[in-house]
Structures are given as structure tokens and as C-alpha cells.
Design a binder for this molecule. Sequence first.
Ligand code: GAL
Length: 719
Amino acid sequence: MFTLGAFTEIRPPAVVAGFCEPSQKLGLLGAATRTTHVNEAEAAVTATSRTPARALGLDVDGLVFGCDYNPEQWDSSVWADDVRLMQQAGINLVAINIFGWSQVEPRDGSFQFGDLDRIIALLTEAGIGINLGTGTSSPPPWLTTAHPEILPTAADETRRWPGGRQAWCPSSPVFREKAIRLVTVTAERYGSHPGVKLWHVSNELGCHNAHCYCDESAAAFRRWLRSRYGDIEALNAAWGTTFWSQHYAEWDEILPPRTTLSLANSAQQLDFDRFSSDELLSYYRAEAEAVRRFSSVPVTTNFMVTAHIKTQDYWTWADDMDVIANDHYLDHRLPVPGRELSFAADVTRGIAGGQPWLLMESSTSAVNWQPINHAKSAGQLKRDSLTHLARGADGVCFFQWRASVRGAEKFHSALLPHSGTGSRIWSEVVELGSIMGRLSEIVGTAVTSDIAFVFSWESWWATDLDAHPSSDLRYLDQVHALYAALLDVGATVDVVAPGAPLDGYRLVVVPTLYLVSDDDAAVINEFVAGGGHAVVTFFSGIVDETDGIRLGGYPGAFREMLGVTVDEFYPLGAADVLTLTDGSTSTLWSENLSLTAATSIAEYASGPLSGVPAVTRNDHGQGVGWYLATELAPDALSGLLRRIVVEASAREFVELAPGVEVVRRRGADRDYVFILNHTDQPVAHPFAGQELLSEAAVTTTGTVDAGGVHIIRQEHEKP
Ligand code: GAL
């Protein structure tokens, strides 16, 4: 059962040595997504409910059911057995050669494709599609030995050594040359192979190596800055270099934000975040271009939104992906890991512009990289996988096929565990494979929603910079809190980029949008003026793209629409709890707010701001702007969100019980209503139609078992 409000307690996970920095497929070629800084094209994220669905675009029948396969870790005598068991499980797409570099090119320029040829032939003969890795994720020892300059450098200029993975600098020309040579040779060999259904560039780009501070990266950062600002004085203005004597006379004086003695320049840090995201995107483009010279098969890479890769602004990546692919692992450092699963799935669908996407990796049970690695409970593998499908995935894949015997991931779960086919995991995998085979009719259907939820990587980076009113205010906490409250009221949201058109939505939810451009703010303000409803939370609209404060009172960019003005923040101590006049409580944050046009809904009843409005509602133009100036307790937040969702007349919300998700996928002739019961009690629902998992007709109501799932097919009424 969900714990109410548990999301509000989430803090970014600690960096886990050997895994990703704190903080997974399938969209289509040209998924419409707003691009913010790499590509200036202003394509917009489209509301899914208004976008006709297309299929993934892969030459694979039905839903994708797949896995990573690392046959190089095994004696070739097991390969035939692997393929036989894959067929038994219903696997139709297998990712290979993800970490293949040292096998395929054991010495500089000497290529050995024999094993890969054999594996590709075995899979192809078995009718299993291949998701072919370019193999460049981790450089082989001959490369790092001959060229130690490709190794990444941390902010304190200490080097990160080989022995793990992704030990390469994104700006290294030597790394890029060797990697592109490997990709070219591989693509030339397999580019038109009938078994290859998808190209998998590198692996989770930016998981470990996004920020490199070496001299090569410094030079690349300067080139990026020159192209962004053109003139050094424009950079000086944007970075506020009159402060602390930081004025730059020459481009060569500029460095990446290496470790400083005191607080560092925030605009410099923010631009380095943008540069670091763009640099890996440019690397992705180079690999994809090399592949496309020899192949017309779709190309992608696996993202990792949002718990583990913070460094990549995936809104800017979407247009380059033939298929949007995400890797997702439950993070048990979060109090209710499943909520983040749903959020990550919705973010991925948003990046895919509402089109189907692919879950490229997930785990059948425990991972191996958290402090305590929890096994999935019986039935959870099915429920988690179907939650991704409910939220728009057209395929579910896993890391990995066979659990490793050696190496850093030997305690990571797999489809085929150490104990073999007699295991619970294997029987659940086979059951899931059979379900996936029966659900092909949902392929290409689209999730419907009329609530937009703004998510911004730039605001994430900027909110979490130092020297702010409270270091306890973390962007993802606030995003998760709002999303959890919407889950509590049974609402399905479309996650959109700042500035995405809001036409057709009834409500836009804007959690802590600290950094926002004038244009992007105008989209939200005009949406409200035109009759939409918005709910904005504290520390929004504060700075422009350069992290420069908007003057005249907070929340700067949204002040007029919200009908409030704030002259000072009053962040709370970790143990402080405020009481509000409606009896609710709040934590973390408060503001000395004055009403300019809005009506107060609740005021502080305790603390230094007693009597000051904490929650406000403003009739603005034809619409309504709500402002939350404090962090409401979870039950109060869901109560308020329920009121706002109802008042906005949003249609896609069904509140059955806490811990039960209802998500609708709409097709041309029929809908599929997913009822996902994450609780330990049976739950009744009102949806009539055919239940696809049991193949039983559900007439007027149905009951989903504890931990179970119903998928109800509802035929559209004929006109
Ligand atoms: C992913 C990665 C896989 C494997 C997996 C383990 O981040 O792409 O190679 O390491 O994590 O959870």
C-alpha cells in the first residue's frame, strides 16, 4: 500500500560508487518535442490525447519483450540453450554487444567479429530480433593505456581510472575517433543484416561520465560558449562577472567550473550543465550518423529518466531518436519506489511526444547497486511491467538474460537466475512473456490526459545549485510530491517541457519552475488568461535563463497571473512544522506574500508569518491561477489537488483507492483501461468490458486482486 506523501521525503540518492550520478524505449523517428538549446527548432510537445498513435517503427511483431544478452561472458556451449529458452519465454528482441569493444577489437585496429557473427546467426535463425549495440560504452584497456588523456577528470582535476565502465571524456577527439571507427566497421558489417531490428548507441550516455573537467573539455566548453554568446561581453553580462572580480577579457581565460575555494559562479555552472548535455548529444549524433551510412534500421540509445541520470536534458535529445527508449530500475532509497516508476514512465512518454516508447532495461527482481537490494515480491514483476505498458510503453526489456557469474553485477537479477529454470523468477518471466504475446492489440494506442505537468531539466539543475535560501529545497522532491498527490487523486498527467503548447489541456501543474524564460512563462500565463487552470508551487518564476533574478517581487514570471507578490522567503528548519488556518500543516518553506488580486484560501496560523496567505486562488482572464507558497503535508496537498482537478473539469481522473492506478490507452476503435492494484487488498472498479489478462468478460464492475492488474477492453460506441 502507498504511504501518503512519502514522495515529499525523497532526497536525491547518494552517489553510489560505480553507478550513476545521483538522481529507460520506444518513441518514433521525429517524435515532436521542444528543443531548448542544441537544436533551435521550436517543435512542440503535443498532448498525447490529441496525437494519433503510431507504432514504434520496429520490424518486430506485437509488443517487444526483450533483454540484454552478454554471451561473451559464457562458454559458447550454452548459447544454443540460451536461444531455446529465449524462445520458450517469448523473447523477441535481444540487445547484444553493448560492452563488446574489447572482444570485437582486442587490439588497436584489429577486428574479430567471429563470435558476434555466430550469435547474430543463432538469434536470427531462431526468429529473435537483434538490438545491436555499437559496443562503444567502455573503452578497452589497450586504448586507455595508449591514450590516458581520454580518461575523465573530476572537478578537482583528479583522474578517473579504468576498471569500471564509461571511463572516457565526452570531448576527447581521440576517444571519438576510435569509437567512430569501431561503429563504422560494425555498421558496415551488419547494417543490412535481416536480423538487426534496432541499433543501440553506446549505453546510458552520461550515466557516469557526463561532467569532465579536463583541458580538452575546457576547450570544448569555450567553443560551446562562443557559439552561444558570440561576444565575450555578452558572456560577462550573462554570468554577472562584475561580481567578485570575475570579468573575462579573453575566451581562453574561461574554465569549466572546477573545484573552488568558495561558492562558485552559478551561471557558469548552469552553462556547464547545458554544455555537458549537448556534448554527449553531439557524440550520440556522431555515432548515429556513422550507423546511418550503412543502415536504414532505426537508431536509438537508452535514456535513464529521472532518478539516476540528471545530467542530460532529454527534451533536447528527443528529435534525434528513432525510438525513445528508457531504462528504469526501482530505487528502494525512495520511500515508495513504485511512484517514481510511474513518473519516469510518464516523463518518457512526454519525451516521445505522446507516442509509444520502449522500456529498454528493467530488472526482474533485485538490482546490485543500492545499499540494500530488495527482491521483487511474487507478482510484482508482472505488475511493474504492466505499469510501464499502461503508461505508453510498447515493449518491456530487461537487464539481463543470464545472471553473471563474475564481475560487478553478479548479484543483479536476470531472466535466468543463478538457480536456473526451476526458480520463481523464471516462471514469472515465462508467464509475463505469454501475457506480452497476448497483448499485441494495444500496440500503438496512446495514453489520454487533459492535465499537463511541466518538467524541466534546466530548472532541476538551477534549483539544486548552491547558495539558495534553503539547501533542503530540491527540485525532484517537489516534482515527486506534486506527482504523488495527483496519483492519489487518480489523475493521469502528460509530462511536458516548459514552453510546450498547452492547447486542449484543462490544467497545467507547475512544480518549482525556478528558472523559466519569458517565452515559456508566457505560454503558461496565456493558457490561464485563455481559460486554463494552473497550479504553481513556491520558488517558481524566480530567474531567467541566465540565473538572473526577475525583479519587482517573487514569483517574478508568474506574479501577475497568480495575483500575488512576495518580498521575502522564510525557509523552515528541518524539524519546523507550520499550521494553516484550515487545519493542515506544512514544512520546508514559507513566504511573506501579499495579495495583489488573488484570494487567500489558507493562511499561516503559526510562526512568524501568522496571518499571511499560504495558498491562493486567482481569477485571471478566463482562467484560474493557484499558488502554493509552502510545502503542504501530503494529505492536504492531495486534498487541494482534488479540488483543483475537479474545478478545472479535468476528465482523466479516477480515484479508486490509495495505491491503485487507473490509466487509459486509447485506440482507434477501442480503449484499454489498466487498473493496477499496488495494495495488499482486493479493489473493486467500475469498468465494464473484456478483461484481457483473464479473458473474462467484466460486465459492470470487477475486482482486482491484491497486487493484481486488470486490463479492460472497451469498444468505442459506434456513432
Ligand atoms: C543499467 C546499465 C546496465 C546494467 C544495469 C544494472 O544502468 O545500462 O548495463 O548495469 O544498469 O542495473
